[in-house]
Design a protein around this ligand. Structure first.
Ligand SMILES: [Zn+2]
Length: 190
């Protein structure tokens, strides 16, 4: 963390736009006039990232290491609903994203839909982060590859991880264990 409370930005993410010092992920939805909304997902970009093996944060090609953020119930069925990340992009997001960093008890209430009404942008919700839903523990899953399937529950593209493709699974620290290095909570940023 820097003194301003925002995490340092890895070189790979240097080209991405910033809001309040935080990198806007590549899959984040934006309106035609360029307004981004943290926490929204552009469904088309989310699908492209999965199919093309692009990182959902920087939008660049993934090579040999694919890091997925998965909840326990996704892990149980070996299906990641969101595209993978580079290791450095993943480390940045768990520091910068209040949800993954465990700094929010509940998903923020909605309110994005009207911003995108009439823009032609389809908002996706591949991870099922419905507003007001209780937050769940997340895992970091390192994989050597994956297969794109249609998630039988969400009917959206998702990554199926075969047992021999999974290299490592590690829980992302729970809120309590991160309390001491918590930064001032900014309720407007996700
Ligand atoms: Zn990346």
């Amino acid at each position: 963390m820097t003194q301003s409370g925002v995490p340092p930005i890895p070189l790979r993410l240097g080209h991405r736009p910033l809001i309040a010092g935080l990198v806007v992920p590549w899959i984040t939805a934006h309106t035609p006039d360029g307004r981004y909304r943290f926490g929204t997902v552009d469904a088309d970009r989310a699908a492209q990232a999965l199919h093309r093996r692009w990182c959902q944060i920087c939008g660049q090609r993934l090579q040999t290491r694919f890091v997925f953020a998965m909840r326990d119930r996704d892990l149980d069925r070996s299906i990641a609903p969101e595209a993978a990340m580079h290791p450095e992009c993943f480390h940045y997001s768990i520091t910068a994203c209040p949800m993954l960093a465990g700094r929010m008890d509940h998903y923020r209430a909605g309110g994005h839909a009207e911003v995108f009404a009439g823009t032609g942008i389809v908002l996706g919700d591949p991870a099922g982060r419905r507003a007001g839903q209780a937050a769940e523990p997340w895992n970091a899953v390192w994989a050597r590859d994956y297969t794109v399937i249609t998630d039988p529950h969400a009917h959206l593209p998702a990554a199926l991880l075969l047992p021999d493709q999974i290299l490592r699974v590690r829980p992302i620290a729970h809120p309590e264990s991160r309390q001491n290095r918590q930064t001032p909570h900014n309720p407007t940023i996700h």
